[in-house]
Design a binder for this molecule. Sequence first.
Ligand code: MLT
Length: 199
Amino acid sequence: MKHIFQEGNNEKTLLLLHGTGGTEQDLLPLAEQIDSEANILSVRGNIEENGMPRFFKRLREGVFDEEDLIFRTNELHDFLNQAAKDYGFDRSQVIAIGYSNGANIAGSLLFHFESALQGAILHHPMVPRREIELPHLKGINVFIAAGKQDPICSPEESEELQALLSQAGAETTLHWESGGHQLTIEEVKTAANWYQGIF
Ligand code: MLT
């Protein structure tokens, strides 16, 4: 997968996953605010929708192509395993930071693999899949930032995601913004405080 790797000065690796139409450059400033000492692995989604990079196909807005989501989740998981070998970072200390479509594939990693991630900061995620059994997520910390007026993801869906992850054993924090789907400076600051308190 097309990506940027920047070696840091501690054991953590921040996995950056952009939103629809974004690139591997987009979330680099967030990583700087969250943990400026960590390694950075920032990946570009392999799908293009009308020229816009994404991490998996969708049938229409908010309706995922489930078969492709599963395929792409496995692909990203394999890529992470290989990247850890190639770059020599600790595979057990990868924390995802994703926005929108990127948050959704990060959520899908959590829904499908017990130890794909040590933690995740999910900006405006949705429930990636329903009616599946989640792996055991004890010890995994997840921060969710959601918008009360988000036209793509309702408050109920954000609460459902938190409940599903918590039921699987993850430690979850749900942070509310008053606005919509956009990524705000305020939620990034809150995510940074959360991260620094845990990792
Ligand atoms: C998705 O397709 O992942 C969600 O609708 C969010 C987005 O617009 O990317």
